[in-house]
Design a protein around this ligand. Structure first.
Ligand code: NAD
Ligand code: ZN
Length: 248
């Protein structure tokens, strides 16, 4: 890792900090990203499955896909990257973790102040009466009908063409307006409006620290781009911040 010492010192004294995470932070836990060469994702086109139209057209197939993803997520164990972000909550007086992931791994790792921009695969609801169900309600490979009204039950996640949950977006934007630093981790930074958050931070005078195994469209405006696996780099940052803050 290679963070300039003046930048590190600035980070160590920040009062308001945040992170924006994407699928890459869960890759080391075995949860495939969209872009990775995993078999499932090369056979199925997420854009054709992750929409309300697709769900209505073929609820069994779409549900099977999400049952599969839920199973992967449930069996995955949070990695050092998730854990480093839990520690960050204790290093900054105000720390908001905004994620685009639906895999629930940040909460399972122990992060408290989590904003889930794209929902959470563990939450589901009936499209007719709104009744809520947790992930256990699904039987493998079957679409699940609401016992209360017979309506189809869908995951509480944001599909293509759908709005982000308004409250979550407000919390994310509020955090971005006051953040002195944003860590952008494991996201290709192309999905809007999430990709706007680092720009908002920068426009308000904050710093962008990007952590990714490769360059992204954000790299050109980032104050530092740290290339490598999120678990390693984030653990290093936490260690160095603790040393600077005299905690270690
Ligand atoms: P993406 O798949 O488009 O990009 C993943 C990014 O992570 C890439 O830039 C890649 O270089 C980087 N990366 C891969 N391994 C990494 C590692 N070990 N350390 C650091 N970086 C690593 O994902 P996205 O940007 O999150 O956007 C796509 C959409 O996919 C989001 O809306 C998200 O909801 C959804 N998605 C979520 C999950 C999940 O919940 N885990 C999984 C797949 C897709
Ligand atoms: Zn119902």
């Amino acid at each position: 890792m290679n963070l300039r010492i003046d930048l590190l010192r600035e980070l160590a004294s920040a009062k308001h900090a945040m992170a924006l995470t994407g699928a890459g932070i869960s890759a080391e836990s075995g949860v495939p990203t969209f872009r990775g060469a995993d078999g499932l994702w090369s056979r199925l086109n997420p854009q054709e499955l992750a929409s309300f139209d697709a769900f209505l057209r073929n609820p069994d197939l779409v549900t099977e896909w999400y049952n599969h993803r839920r199973e992967i997520a449930n069996h995955a164990v949070p990695n050092g990257g998730h854990l480093a972000l839990v520690q960050m909550e204790t290093l900054f007086p105000d720390f908001t973790l905004v994620t685009q992931n639906i895999d629930n791994l940040h909460r399972r790792a122990g992060s408290k102040n989590v904003v889930e921009l794209h929902g959470n695969i563990e939450r589901n609801y009936c499209i007719e009466c709104g009744k809520r169900y947790d992930g256990d309600a699904f039987e493998e490979n079957e679409s699940f009908k609401c016992p209360a009204c017979g309506g189809l039950v869908r995951p509480d996640i944001v599909w293509f063409g759908e709005m982000l949950p308004a409250d979550e977006w407000k919390r994310a934007e509020f955090a971005a307006r006051k953040a002195e630093v944003i860590f952008v981790v494991g996201t290709s930074a192309v999905v809007y409006p999430a990709a706007e958050l680092p720009v908002t931070v920068k426009q308000n005078g904050g710093k962008i620290i990007e952590v990714n195994i490769e360059a992204t469209p954000l790299s050109s405006i980032a104050d530092a781009t740290l290339q490598g696996p999120a678990s390693e780099i984030l653990s290093d940052i936490v260690k160095q911040l603790m040393e600077l803050q005299g905690i270690a």
